[in-house]
Design a protein around this ligand. Structure first.
Ligand code: FES
Length: 258
């Protein structure tokens, strides 16, 4: 067996290799903290006048939900420990946790496994994703199917939000909700599993022109998957914050029509 070179230094890299993992820890840590606080706040998630519903409470399915905000019924008990969107949040969490990009990001930054190229692993042994629990990362494709359904629900929320006390209405909140939904679709469709579903296991693209077109389109999005992963964290937090601010009466929605 070939021996590793006898170098005592932990790494010979002299650049700031630790900067990207550090940014990831700060970014993901801040987002998860914000989302957790919001999910268990059980308040300020619905704007009655304009039917704005934050994605963190969509669909609202517990007995504690405001009836008008519960577009799909209130089927779960209303205990504070149960998120009001308890039927969707676990799947969204699974989708992001098993995402190929996020895996790279949190393996490097939180588990230091390894933190960067040519920097040693923070652990003595390494079994990759071959054993429990990490072998479960292979469930990603199924989480993708769930994410598609949830994106449809978020899209429906954005349609219902063209509302005002006079009937139809359109304001800045609609632009924010729509922008978030467009970005969520871009992130979801740019998924590596989606790309494989579209174009994988084919011998001849020429015999499957529709799948080839879809695969080409997804491939263009796929190269931006990392950016879309971060952009959607931003649009989700912004949408939630905007709905919370309106609902709490901190300021009024900028209305263009009604
Ligand atoms: S690979 Fe990132 S969402 Fe599927």
């Amino acid at each position: 067996m070939r021996q590793r070179a006898a170098i005592t230094a932990k790494t010979l890299r002299t650049d700031r290799w630790w900067f990207a993992p550090l940014l990831t820890v700060i970014g993901l840590g801040a987002w998860v903290t914000y989302a957790t606080v919001r999910v268990f706040m059980h308040d300020y998630y619905w704007v009655e006048d304009f039917h704005y519903l934050t994605p963190f409470y969509s669909p609202c399915v517990t007995q504690a939900c405001i009836p008008e905000a519960a577009h799909f019924g209130r089927v779960l008990p209303g205990w504070w420990i149960i998120p009001d969107a308890a039927l969707t949040l676990p799947f969204l969490l699974l989708f992001r946790l098993t995402c190929y990009y996020y895996r790279k990001a949190y393996y490097r930054s939180f588990w230091l496994s390894p933190p960067a190229c040519a920097v040693p692993d923070g652990h003595k042994t390494y079994s990759g994703e071959t054993r429990f629990p990490l072998v479960g990362q292979n469930l990603h494709r199924y989480a993708f199917y769930a994410a598609v359904i949830i994106s449809l629900i978020n899209s429906w929320d954005a349609v219902l939000a063209f509302h005002s006390p006079k009937g139809f209405g359109f304001g800045l909140g609609n632009l924010i909700l729509l922008g978030n939904v467009v970005m969520l679709w871009a992130y979801t469709l740019s998924c590596h599993s989606c790309r494989h579903i579209a174009g994988g296991r084919l011998k001849h693209f020429s015999k499957h022109p529709v799948r080839y077109r879809f695969w080409t389109f997804i491939s263009k999005l796929n190269v931006r998957h990392m950016q879309l992963a971060w952009i959607t964290l931003g649009t989700l937090a912004l949408t939630d914050f905007y709905v919370m601010a309106l609902s709490a009466g901190w300021f009024n929605d900028l209305r263009f029509i009604n």
